[in-house]
Design a protein around this ligand. Structure first.
Ligand code: ATP
Length: 303
């Protein structure tokens, strides 16, 4: 019997390194992005609906504020893109159960797009190759291929040319969440503004980070975390500097703004240290809410 609905679980990401090259004439920046998939998950369910009904969408869960329920949702664009490629009449309903913070620098929209590609492939038995799926993913956004791949990976180009990174062990994270998101284009614009007078080098993968991941040493990984968008994000949202400081004071091994922010990620030694830091951050009053997670985890996967 043909299946009428498929659910895919997809993780959030944190950037262990985000290095931003000079602004190109087309407005883009070459990136080196070291991604780790972490255990905060959205669930995307795609169901077949009546012929002619097109793509409909509903968003549920604890993170729905600011997520569009129309054609501008990246999941709808993903369904249409894979439909065009495989000549399908795309009459589907997409339900996104969201737990990934919205506009938080954790690639929630990209994650939902990746999940949609995997769900559509399974639902319509398209048997698309991995390369075809990754190619469609990169057309939807530079973080989308990684949300299919998961694990730990280095992204170059716009961040979408992926190579798996060798990483040992499990990493424990505490995330300080903000109720109001930051716009990724606004953070890049602030980055360009702050660097206007500077000579900016092409980005390179951090040897210190690769070595730390290879040996599975969380202290060394904590010390090697870098993000060129951290200062711009803090410039637009000065309260983030205080959040970073509070986490460091409470013994985090590393503290970094996640992607374009405003989520702040703290790497801690183990689960117990994560619990302690979560309590301390909440009690400090400088953080709205916290989430704990581990990584690396798998990418978008049918459940
Ligand atoms: P990134 O880390 O890739 O820069 P982000 O985590 O900062 O992204 P998202 O959560 O992906 O940001 O959301 C950015 C904007 O994209 C939202 O404010 C919303 O308007 C829009 N959007 C479109 N589709 C989605 C989706 N499925 N989930 C969340 N936001 C979406």
């Amino acid at each position: 019997m043909a299946l009428n609905s498929i659910t895919v679980r997809v993780p959030a990401k944190v950037n262990l390194q985000l290095s931003v090259g000079p602004r190109e004439s087309n407005g883009y920046h070459n990136l080196v992005s070291v991604f780790q998939a972490v255990s905060i998950f959205d669930e995307v369910t795609i169901s077949k609906s009546h012929a002619g009904s097109g793509v409909t969408i509903a968003v549920t869960g604890d993170q729905t504020h600011g997520v569009p329920e129309d054609g501008s949702n990246l999941a709808v664009k993903a369904a249409q893109l894979i439909g065009d490629k495989f000549d399908l009449d795309v009459d589907v309903h997409i339900e996104i159960k969201k737990s990934i913070p919205v506009a938080g620098g954790m690639a929630g929209g990209s994650a939902d797009a990746a999940a949609t590609l995997i769900a559509m492939d399974a639902l319509f038995r398209l048997e698309a190759s991995r390369e075809e799926l990754l190619d469609l993913a990169s057309q939807l956004g530079s973080d989308v291929p990684f949300m299919i791949a998961g694990g730990t990976a280095v992204g170059t180009g716009r961040g979408d040319q992926l190579t798996a990174a060798l990483s040992r062990g499990t990493y424990h994270w505490v995330f300080a969440l903000s109720t109001v998101g930051l716009s990724t284009p606004a953070v890049y614009a602030e980055c360009d503004r702050m660097r206007a007078e500077l000579e900016v080098a092409e980005p390179r993968v951090s040897d210190a980070l690769m070595q730390a991941l290879l040996t599975g040493n969380p202290t060394a990984v904590g010390e090697a975390l870098t993000n060129d968008l951290q200062n711009p994000a803090c410039s637009l949202r000065p309260a983030l500097s205080l959040v970073l400081e509070v986490g460091r004071d409470y013994g985090a091994l590393g503290a970094i703004v996640s992607g374009s922010g405003p989520t702040v990620a703290f790497l801690v030694a183990d689960e117990e240290a994560g619990l302690d830091l979560a309590v301390a951050l909440t009690a400090s009053g400088v953080v709205g809410s916290v989430a704990r997670a581990t990584g690396p985890v798998h990418g978008a996967r049918v459940i």
